[in-house]
Design a protein around this ligand. Structure first.
Ligand SMILES: *Cc1c(COP(=O)(O)O)cnc(C)c1O
Length: 385
């Protein structure tokens, strides 16, 4: 932002990192659709030499990302998993990572199917209990990877408690903050070292872009991650950066409605006598409710549920019966989506592993959008039948 005044969270969403274009006065950050930049003499330029290393549209987005996460530095990547990949590249063969046993399936796939063969070792624990993390630490543990609320079981991890253990043992803590978004939760404030986002979801907010982000406070960590970003090259293009910048400007308004609709849909599902269980951290009997209340500003719009009749036929029937809510992967857009984690977003996790951690074959995940909530509830009720 142009000055150092502390603004409110909504003002920050609109203005963080963004200043009018000095060359034209354009209020909106231009899309600098260029790969290279003229130099007045070899090595003499205006701060940009090649767009893999830096691009003004991407820079504005990276500054905005830092601003809205209360961090010092932002880095944008071509996807959420590319951002996760950059964090793993901080490590070396023999290093150990403690990760959540319930998290996005693509993160698990990257860990197990790509990085195990490079000599990284992953231990998966139930992070509802911080003791499980403490007990899994060895002399080689270099990173704790957590996600809260988790995808898809909406489990809550106490970020401040994990950060304290990580700090004591000199271990980096990275929090995947995709489900909460920076409007509901700021892990750096709670002691995390790295915040990761799939900007594809709430930050972009309109299901029209794939992107990832990392936000940090430590300059040397930023420099290491910037070196990886530049050297590995998983960078987003300027058009996509523009779209996420535009998305961020309405994040607070959208999230308020996601939360409001999420609460109403969660209660409607709970009151539906064909529904066996609803996963949403806003319920007082949710095991992570108190921690969620402490570390989040609201409970978000992601909900999972199980049907009493959880036969494959009935689950499939319900998934195929919504009229307004589309059956699709992804989340965090203005439109509501319904998803079957076992066969869609989390199909890369072995079934036995999945079921052991509570992700049943019948689980249905909802990304509650910002439509009129009565229409959503009516659609779900008719689909459940
Ligand atoms: C989607 C998602 C990712 C991966 O991000 P992409 O942008 O799809 O690469 C990581 N974590 C969570 C929680 C997600 O929902």
């Amino acid at each position: 932002m142009a000055n150092n005044k502390q603004y409110g969270i909504g003002t920050n969403m609109i203005h963080a990192g963004v200043t009018p274009d000095p060359s034209t006065g354009a209020i909106m950050t231009p899309i600098f659709q260029t790969s290279t930049y003229v130099q007045s003499a070899p090595g003499e330029h205006q701060g940009y030499d090649y767009s893999r290393a830096g691009n003004p549209t991407r820079q504005a987005l990276e500054d905005a990302l830092a601003g809205i996460e209360n961090g010092k530095f932002g880095l944008a990547f071509g996807s959420g998993v590319a951002a996760t990949d950059a964090v793993l590249r901080l490590l070396a063969p023999g290093d150990e990572i403690i990760a959540a046993n319930d998290m996005y399936g693509g993160t698990y796939r990257l860990f197990e199917k790509v990085y195990v063969k490079f000599g990284l070792k992953f231990t998966y624990v139930d992070m509802k209990s911080v003791d499980n993390i403490a007990n899994a630490i060895t002399a080689n543990t270099k990173l704790v990877w957590t996600e809260t609320p988790t995808n898809p079981l909406i489990n809550i991890t106490d970020i401040a408690a994990v950060a304290a253990i990580a700090k004591k043992n000199n271990i980096l803590l990275c929090v995947d903050n995709t489900f909460a978004s920076p409007y509901l939760q700021n892990p750096l404030n709670l002691g995390a070292d790295i915040v990761m986002h799939s900007a594809t979801k709430y930050l972009g907010g309109h299901s029209d872009v794939v992107m990832g982000a990392l936000i940090v406070n430590d300059k040397s960590l930023r420099d290491e991650l910037f070196f990886i970003q530049k050297s590995v090259g998983a960078v987003p293009g300027p058009q996509d950066c523009f779209l996420v910048l535009r998305g961020i400007k309405t994040l607070h308004v959208r999230m308020d409605r996601h939360c409001e609709n999420g609460a109403k849909v969660a209660h409607a599902l709970k009151n539906n006598d064909k529904v066996a269980k609803v996963y949403w951290a806003g319920f007082e009997d949710h095991p992570g409710h108190e921690i969620a209340k402490k570390q989040m500003r609201n409970f978000g719009g992601m909900i999972s549920f199980e049907l009493k009749d959880d036969s494959p036929e009935n689950v499939k029937r319900v998934l195929c019966s919504t009229k307004l809510i589309a059956l699709a992967e992804s989340l965090g857009g203005v439109e509501s989506l319904i998803n079957h984690p076992a066969t869609m977003t989390h199909a890369s996790i072995p079934r036995e592993e999945r079921i052991k951690n509570g992700l049943t074959d019948g689980l249905i995940r909802l990304s509650v959008g910002i439509e009129d909530v009565a229409d959503l509830i009516e659609d779900l009720n008719q689909a459940i039948g």
